[in-house]
Design a protein around this ligand. Structure first.
Ligand SMILES: CC(C)(COP(=O)(O)OP(=O)(O)OC[C@H]1O[C@@H](n2cnc3c(N)ncnc32)[C@H](O)[C@@H]1OP(=O)(O)O)[C@@H](O)C(=O)NCCC(=O)NCCS
Length: 182
């Protein structure tokens, strides 16, 4: 099992098949999916597919979101980290093949600074280990918690825009942070 980063309170490690119960708890919660297209999963098979999809990104794109685990208790809390967004999944009409920072936590872990703490670590990894020039992020307009976390991580809000996908129109926000050492 590969551990990528340790922060003050968290371990960011590769997502494993054994995280399936945690992923099911995370992705079956309608509140978690309020700003993610409102289609929470219903079966354990869908949780396995979510894990497979992230693990595919590790091998095919060299990076994907990491499992976030509480350092003291070992509890699975959700995921956080970087993703390389291909054209099919970029959620931006103009940009694709960009790296974004994102996170998703089980509800009982909200409001304790974990998105901010893990997001800062992920951005530092992108700049210092991967030598990325820029990291982006996207949120839905009403997702105030994510907006605030992104600003605290250090991203700059650039624009609001509309995006249509799977028959839905989304009001989205676009952010970026540039590598200060390049
Ligand atoms: C978005 C999410 C990851 C935030 O995680 P978190 O660990 O609670 O975030 P943080 O504790 O780092 O808080 C970030 C800021 O948002 C604020 N915040 C948290 N929840 C909020 C809410 N419901 N409404 C308004 N502000 C909120 C926090 O107070 C904090 O700001 P502050 O320091 O100025 O007080 C979490 O709510 C989540 O998993 N949501 C479901 C999935 C999702 O929407 N992911 C993001 C998709 S872009």
């Amino acid at each position: 099992m590969k551990v990528y980063i340790e922060t003050k309170r968290l371990i960011l490690r590769e997502l494993l098949d054994s995280d399936i119960k945690g992923i099911f708890e995370l992705d079956s919660d309608p509140e978690v999916h309020k700003y993610l297209g409102n289609s929470p999963i219903k079966t354990i098979d869908e949780a396995q597919k979510a894990i497979d999809y992230i693990r595919m990104q590790y091998s095919e794109r060299g990076i994907g979101r990491w499992a976030v685990v509480n350092k003291v208790t070992g509890e699975f809390m959700g995921w956080s980290g970087l993703k390389l967004n291909t054209k099919e999944e970029s959620y931006h009409p103009k940009y694709f093949n960009f790296y974004d920072v994102g996170y998703r936590f089980i509800k009982r872990f909200w409001g304790q600074g974990y998105a901010t703490e893990s997001g800062i670590a992920a951005v530092n990894y992108g700049f210092n280990t991967m030598n990325l020039e820029v990291i982006n992020a996207i949120t839905e307009l009403g997702n105030i918690a994510s907006h605030k976390a992104l600003l605290k991580i250090g991203l700059n809000f650039l624009e609001d825009y509309k995006f249509s996908a799977e028959g839905n129109e989304y009001q989205l926000r676009w952010y970026e942070i540039k590598n200060p050492s390049l």
